[in-house]
Design a protein around this ligand. Structure first.
Ligand SMILES: NC(=O)c1ccc[n+]([C@@H]2O[C@H](COP(=O)([O-])OP(=O)(O)OC[C@H]3O[C@@H](n4cnc5c(N)ncnc54)[C@H](O)[C@@H]3O)[C@@H](O)[C@H]2O)c1
Length: 317
């Protein structure tokens, strides 16, 4: 599908973006990565990719990088939800303005195909489970999700106004190799420092769906290969159809690390403002294309943890 085409991946040195780059390189694409290494790592970057080191807020840099491409995978973003309220401008800058810059660079260069990493967080605290793509989401519970809704809006406006083809993917939390943020990372880091106690944000009974990065990337490529209808807008949830209680995830992590910490809790049903106590997305739309995740929830947690144990440099002590 991408053989010998120039494809741009923003955030291609990050967790999910680097796996997308690997798949594109396997498909014989000529991949250009734009990354400012705010959270990305040199070691994640496929050596076959051309690196444009810089910030998406630099419009002329993005313009140059996108020139001659056939498609953009836009992964770069601030992906930290929890601390959003400490940096109230960050999500707007990194997730909305940066997306606008990518779209503008594409428009000027005549590049019209874009895949975008949105989030299941856009549904806030939904009333329908599993939550389908057309569920209403009138109230946003985090600045991160607010910014993703705005970015989705930009993509749909560019699709309708300029004939772009946009694939919008709303992920649950993704796990797997090169994972550098999220609950498995936080618990692993805390338990390395003190294996005798573990503090959990929330009551530990939050129920969340997860997905392994390999299954996530399979879904993205399947959906892109399936093409488009006339609207130019395709929206897909990506997530398994089961959930894991935080306490169960902790038990897998402790078992794998061979530790039995004293558990303490804070915050009630939600670990922080914006934490959703229950996340389960309806991925039937993607499943109809033949998508079927291969990693169970337990296998996803264990694989992530094994990666972290083998890569202690991910969180220097
Ligand atoms: N990881 C998840 O569970 C998850 C879930 C839902 C959605 N997403 C979305 O998927 C995408 C990738 O997430 P991730 O977990 O791989 O995050 P990540 O932090 O590992 O990757 C983001 C990458 O973008 C780069 N970057 C950030 N801001 C940039 C900027 N202004 N200019 C250039 N480069 C910039 C970072 O250096 C990093 O390499 C994000 O858009 C995120 O919101 C992730």
């Amino acid at each position: 599908m991408f053989s010998r085409q120039k494809v741009v991946v923003t955030g291609g040195a990050g967790f999910i973006g680097s796996h997308i780059v690997d798949r594109l390189v396997e498909a014989n694409a000529s991949v250009t990565v734009i990354d400012n290494f705010s959270t990305g790592r040199e070691s994640f970057l496929n050596p076959a990719a051309t690196l444009v080191r810089g910030d998406l807020l630099d419009q002329s840099l993005v313009d140059r990088a996108v020139e001659g491409a056939t498609m953009v995978f836009h992964l770069a973003a601030n992906a930290d939800i929890k601390d959003g309220l400490k940096h109230p401008r960050r999500d707007v800058e990194q997730n909305v303005l940066a997306t606008q810059n990518v779209l503008e660079a594409m428009r000027k260069a005549g590049v019209q195909r874009i895949a975008f990493s949105s989030t299941g967080s856009v549904y806030g605290e939904p009333s329908v489970f599993p939550t389908p793509e057309d569920a209403p989401f009138p109230v946003q519970t985090s600045l991160y999700a607010t910014s993703k809704v705005a970015a989705e809006g930009l993509l749909t406006s560019y699709a309708l106004g300029y004939g772009f083809q946009s694939w919008i993917f709303r992920f649950v939390s993704i796990l797997g190799p090169r994972y550098t943020h999220g609950h498995v990372f936080d618990f692993w880091r805390k338990l390395r420092q003190d294996p005798t106690s573990l503090h959990i944000l929330g009551d530990g009974r939050q129920l969340k769906s997860y997905c392994h990065v390999s299954d996530c990337v399979d879904g993205i490529f399947l959906a892109v290969a399936a093409g488009h209808d006339d609207s130019g807008i395709r929206i897909y949830n990506i997530g398994r159809d089961d959930m894991l209680e935080v306490n169960t995830s902790v038990s897998y992590i402790c078992r794998e690390l061979g530790v039995a910490p004293q558990l303490t809790y804070s915050g009630g049903a939600r670990g922080w403002v914006g934490d959703s106590p229950k996340i389960l997305l309806d991925a039937a739309r993607l499943r109809r294309l033949g998508w079927s995740p291969k990693y169970s929830l337990e296998a996803s947690v264990v694989d992530t943890l094994q990666y972290l144990v083998q890569h202690p440099e991910m969180a220097p002590e």
